[in-house]
Ligand binder design. Structure first.
Ligand code: UN1
Length: 497
C-alpha cells in the first residue's frame, strides 16, 4: 500500500474536501508509487486562507527574534533528518543523492539565515526637518502569503520563500508542485514540529489550475511568490493584477557559459559538464548554451563529447550515478521534441540525442545528455528554455560578439565567462545582461545568502535569497513622532523664503 499523505490546514492533517487523490511515482522507476496525495480544489484553498488570515493576527505580534528562534529549530531538525529527506527527494524527483543532500543543505542555510534575520529586520531612523520630531521607517508584516513552488529544488525553493515570509510575520498557504508533494509535506511536518502555531503555515496539494489559481485569485491573499515557467508566471501576474497583490516571479532562463581562448580549459570543461548536466539540466540556472571562441571550438567540443558520453545515467539512489532521469514523461517528451527541432533546423547532435532503452533505464524517464554543435543564435534550441540535458554550442569570434550572442535572449538569469584576462572579465561583468554572472565558475551554484533572480522575462524585478528577499516579504511603514507639544507644519506647508 502506498503511503497516504494529507493537507495541513489550521494545524490539522486533513484530506481534500472532495476526498479525491492523486499518485506520485518515482521517475527513475515508474512502477514505484511514492504516495497518494489529496487532489484539492478551491474549497480546500478557501479554508486554508481563512485559517492563515486568522492566525496572522497573532503571529504578526510575536516578536521577530522569537519567530527566528522557531526557524533555528527548523534548521536543527533539517540537519537531523538530512539523509532521510534527501533519499525521499531522490525517489520522488530523480536527481542524484549528492544533489538532494545539497538541496536540503540549502534549506538548512536558509533556515539559519532567517533565524538570525529575526534579530535584524533593520529599518531606518532619519532626521526630521523639524525640531522635536522623530522620523523612522520600519518593516511590518504584510498578511497572507501564497507560495507556489517547482519540483526541481523541492526543499530549497520552498524554504527561500516560506522562511523569510514567516520571520517577517506573515502567514503562509503553500502549494508545492504535484511532482514533489512528499518533500513539501516533510518540510511542513518539520515546521509544525519546531513550533509554528496552527494556521501559520498551511499546505494544500493539487494542480496549478485548481489550487494555484484559487490562491492567486483570492482577495485575502496579500502576496504571491512563484517559481516556475515564464508562461505560468505571466498568467499569475495577470490574475494577481485584479487585486493588485504583490507578486514575486522567478521564471525561465537560457543561461550561457562563454569560453575565451585564454581560459583554463580543464576548468571550463568541468564547469560546463556540471552546469549543463547536473540535475539533468533541470535547473533554472542550468547551462543551456555554450559559447566557444572559434580558436578553441573544435578541440573543446572533442574533449567535451568524450566526457559527456562517459556520464553514467541511472537511479540517483545508487552510487556512481552522475545523471538521474527527467522528472516525468512529459518533460522527457519535451526534451525529445527539442532535439527533433534542433535537427530540423540544421544543428548537429554530437553526443546523446536519444532516449536510452537499455536495462533498468527503460523503466524511468531518462534522456541521454545531449550536445548540439553548429547551432545558430536564431535556432529555437538557442532561444527557448528546454529544462533538460541539452546543450547548444555556438561559435563566436570576439568578446563583444560573444556577449552580444549571450544577451540575445528574452531571459537573463545566470551567465558565466571563463577567461584569465581580467580586463575581459570586468567588461563582461559590466555588459552581460543577467541577474547573476560567474567568472571562472559554472552558471549553477548560487549561494543561499546572496540575491538570486534575473532580468528581462526571467522575473519581475524581485530577488530571493540573502537580505533582498526580506524586502519582498515586508512592508515599509513610515512613522513620525512629534514631541513638540504644538502643531508643527511640515516644511512644504511652512516654507520661509
Ligand atoms: C533553480 O534552478 O531553480 O544556483 C534554483 C543554483 C541553485 C539554485 C537553483 N543554488 O544552481
Amino acid at each position: 500500500m502506498a503511503k497516504k499523505f494529507q493537507n495541513y490546514v489550521d494545524g490539522k492533517w486533513v484530506d481534500a474536501i472532495s476526498g479525491k487523490t492523486f499518485e506520485n511515482r518515482n521517475p527513475a522507476n515508474w512502477d514505484e508509487v511514492v504516495g497518494t496525495f489529496p487532489k484539492s480544489g478551491k474549497d480546500d484553498v478557501e479554508v486554508a486562507i481563512r485559517a492563515a488570515r486568522r492566525a496572522f493576527e497573532e503571529w504578526r505580534l510575536v516578536p521577530a527574534p522569537k519567530r527566528g528562534d522557531i526557524l533555528k529549530k527548523v534548521g536543527d531538525l533539517m540537519v537531523e533528518k538530512k539523509e532521510e529527506l534527501a533519499k525521499q527527494m531522490t525517489r520522488e524527483m530523480g536527481k542524484v543523492l549528492a544533489e538532494t543532500r545539497g538541496d536540503v543543505q540549502e534549506g538548512i542555510d536558509t533556515a539559519y539565515y532567517a533565524a538570525s534575520e529575526g534579530r535584524r529586520l533593520f529599518g531606518h531612523t532619519v532626521p526630521s526637518e523639524l525640531p522635536n520630531k522623530f522620523n523612522m521607517a520600519m518593516r511590518v508584516p504584510i498578511g497572507v502569503a501564497g507560495i507556489i513552488t517547482p519540483w526541481n529544488f523541492p526543499m530549497a525553493i520552498p524554504t527561500w520563500k516560506i522562511f523569510p515570509a514567516l520571520v517577517c510575520g506573515n502567514t503562509v498557504v503553500f502549494k508545492p508542485a504535484s511532482d514533489t508533494p512528499a518533500t513539501a509535506t516533510a518540510l511542513v511536518e518539520i515546521l509544525a514540529e519546531a513550533g509554528v502555531p496552527p494556521g501559520v503555515v498551511n499546505i494544500v496539494h493539487g494542480g496549478g489550475g485548481e489550487v494555484g489559481n484559487a490562491i492567486v485569485g483570492h482577495d485575502e491573499v496579500d502576496l504571491v511568490s512563484f517559481t516556475g515557467s515564464t508562461m505560468v508566471g505571466k498568467k499569475i501576474s495577470e490574475m494577481a493584477s485584479a487585486t493588485l497583490k504583490r507578486v514575486s516571479l522567478e521564471l525561465g532562463g537560457k543561461n550561457a557559459q562563454m569560453v575565451m581562448p585564454d581560459a583554463n580549459m580543464e576548468l571550463a570543461l568541468d564547469g560546463v559538464l556540471w552546469g549543463a548536466f547536473g540535475t539533468t539540466g533541470q535547473r533554472c540556472t542550468a547551462t543551456s548554451r555554450l559559447l566557444l571562441h572559434e580558436k578553441i571550438h573544435d578541440t573543446f567540443v572533442a574533449e567535451l563529447v568524450k566526457r559527456v558520453e562517459a556520464l553514467k545515467l541511472g537511479d540517483g539512489l545508487k552510487p556512481g550515478i552522475d545523471v538521474g532521469p527527467c522528472v516525468n514523461e512529459s518533460q522527457q517528451q519535451t526534451v525529445q521534441s527539442y532535439v527533433d527541432i534542433g535537427l530540423q533546423q540544421g544543428a548537429k547532435v554530437v553526443a546523446g540525442g536519444r532516449i536510452p532503452k537499455d536495462g533498468d533505464l527503460a523503466r524511468g524517464w531518462f534522456y541521454r545528455p545531449t550536445v548540439f554543435t553548429g547551432v545558430q543564435p536564431d535556432h529555437r534550441i538557442a532561444k527557448e528554455e528546454i529544462f533538460g540535458p541539452v546543450l547548444s554550442v555556438i561559435k563566436f569570434r570576439t568578446l563583444e560578439e560573444g556577449i552580444r550572442i549571450l544577451n540575445d535572449t528574452i531571459y537573463g538569469l545566470s551567465s558565466s565567462l571563463y577567461t584569465t584576462n581580467i580586463n575581459d572579465a570586468y567588461t563582461a561583468i559590466r555588459d552581460i545582461k543577467a541577474g547573476i554572472t560567474y567568472i571562472n565558475a559554472p552558471t549553477i551554484g548560487a549561494e543561499a545568502h546572496m540575491p538570486f533572480g534575473g532580468v528581462k522575462q526571467t522575473g519581475n524585478g524581485h530577488r530571493e535569497g540573502g537580505w533582498t528577499v526580506y524586502d519582498f516579504f515586508s512592508e515599509w511603514k513610515t512613522v513620525y513622532v512629534d514631541y513638540s507639544g504644538g502643531l508643527q507644519r511640515a516644511q512644504i506647508d511652512n516654507y520661509q523664503d
